[in-house]
Design a protein around this ligand. Structure first.
Ligand code: FE
Length: 159
């Protein structure tokens, strides 16, 4: 009889107060921008298309922003996502716009690039997937990172 009572009470042991608190609602994921390569080709200049969609690299000292030092926010040239700021821009001497950090954590996304017999970390726009450049470990403080970005992959807008 006592055993039957215990069995009857078992469901009550699953007390709500013992249940873990529900996880906080996740931040809504930013909507991705997805287009066919043909659509991108119509939207972008040939130089932008080559860099953003074909992982190209512009020649050093050739782009619009390597020597730009006034205040600006740099958005993705393909989808307009805010990626970098003049606040983290520095003169690397490389001929490409260089930043020691993106405008916010996670504003750009890394992936491994093994092209040309090198292992490098590529960075791309997390919203449209556009290739931006690479990140290296020889940057200045406080991060020691150097985001080496193609001018054609970004567009300067007022901060
Ligand atoms: Fe983008």
């Amino acid at each position: 009889m006592r055993g039957v009572l215990l069995l009857a009470l078992l469901p009550l042991l699953h007390c709500d107060r013992l249940a873990p608190a529900p996880a906080p609602a996740a931040q809504p994921a930013e909507a991705k921008v997805v287009k066919s390569e043909e659509e991108w080709r119509k939207l972008l200049t040939p130089a932008q298309f080559h860099i953003l969609r074909e992982h190209g690299t512009e020649p050093a000292f050739s782009g619009a922003y390597w020597d730009k030092h006034d205040r600006a926010v740099y958005v993705c040239a393909a989808c307009g996502k805010r990626l970098f700021s003049s606040e983290q821009k520095f003169d690397s001497g490389t001929g490409w716009p260089s930043f020691w950090a993106p405008i916010a954590p996670g504003a750009v996304a890394p992936s491994e690039d093994t092209s040309y017999g090198m292992v490098r970390t590529e960075v791309h726009c997390p919203r449209c997937g556009g290739h931006l450049g690479h990140v290296f470990d020889d940057g200045p403080p406080p991060t020691g990172k150097r985001y080496c970005i193609n001018s054609a992959a970004i567009a300067a807008v007022a901060p």
